[in-house]
Design a protein around this ligand. Sequence first.
Ligand SMILES: Cc1cc2nc3c(=O)[nH]c(=O)nc-3n(C[C@H](O)[C@H](O)[C@H](O)COP(=O)(O)O)c2cc1C
Length: 243
Amino acid sequence: MTNLSTYETFIDVCRTRLTSRAFDPAQEIPREHFDLILEAARHGPSGANAQPWHYIIVTDAAKKKSLADYFVAEATARAKSKMKFPTPNYRGLETAPGLIVVVADFRYINAFPVLNDDSDLDKMYKENAMRILLQSVAASTMSAHLAASALGYGVWWVTAIGQEAAQNSLKPLFGVPDDLSVIDIMAFGAPLKAPYKRWKKSLDEIRSWDSFNMDVYVDQAGIEKWIKEDRHKVMYRDESKID
Ligand SMILES: Cc1cc2nc3c(=O)[nH]c(=O)nc-3n(C[C@H](O)[C@H](O)[C@H](O)COP(=O)(O)O)c2cc1C
């Protein structure tokens, strides 16, 4: 049985989920909206059904400022390095009316197939278990982003970069227990500027039937070229304005 009208509604939400990096500070997010958004996160799939996630809704203005301060400082330090990654302005986190800290529980990697005997085989299983865990948290977080988008909000997915430093700065701020990790921040609200659609690969570029379509395979040099020549455009430009 197919239900195209439900699909149309769903795909519209997928297409119009747009990243914004500054939101109207005057807008108040009703408490129920946080519940509607996290209700979607709750139903995410996860390896071993471990559900290794927790979401902290941030309403305290001082905490939002400290969070933004951390990200601005980290981005400033990064800009001075030789990384050459086009960094956005993280000040928008301070005034985002919707702000949720995404917490991951990496202890659940033991819930996935691991040997725990420090052997080489165990290493391989552990790496895989880490991937299962990251994918699980992302699957849940993505549902939250789509739910926020369905409610009409602009969304912003921010990675808690700087593992140890990020953990040391952010965990005490939000009372996160030592053995858990802040993995991402989700910000949302009414965009301050009109959001725009970023470049997306075409269906032909991302899809093969039965075996990988080598016509769309990108070799290492192609990746390097894309990073050098295209990345900055696709991150911060409307796809209709890319030459
Ligand atoms: C796993 C993940 C990590 C991201 N990390 C950041 C981030 O740290 N900072 C940021 O400004 N945007 C971040 N983004 C947002 C992306 O830049 C954005 O999704 C991308 O440019 C495509 O735009 P769109 O979301 O409007 O489709 C992240 C997105 C994902 C899925």
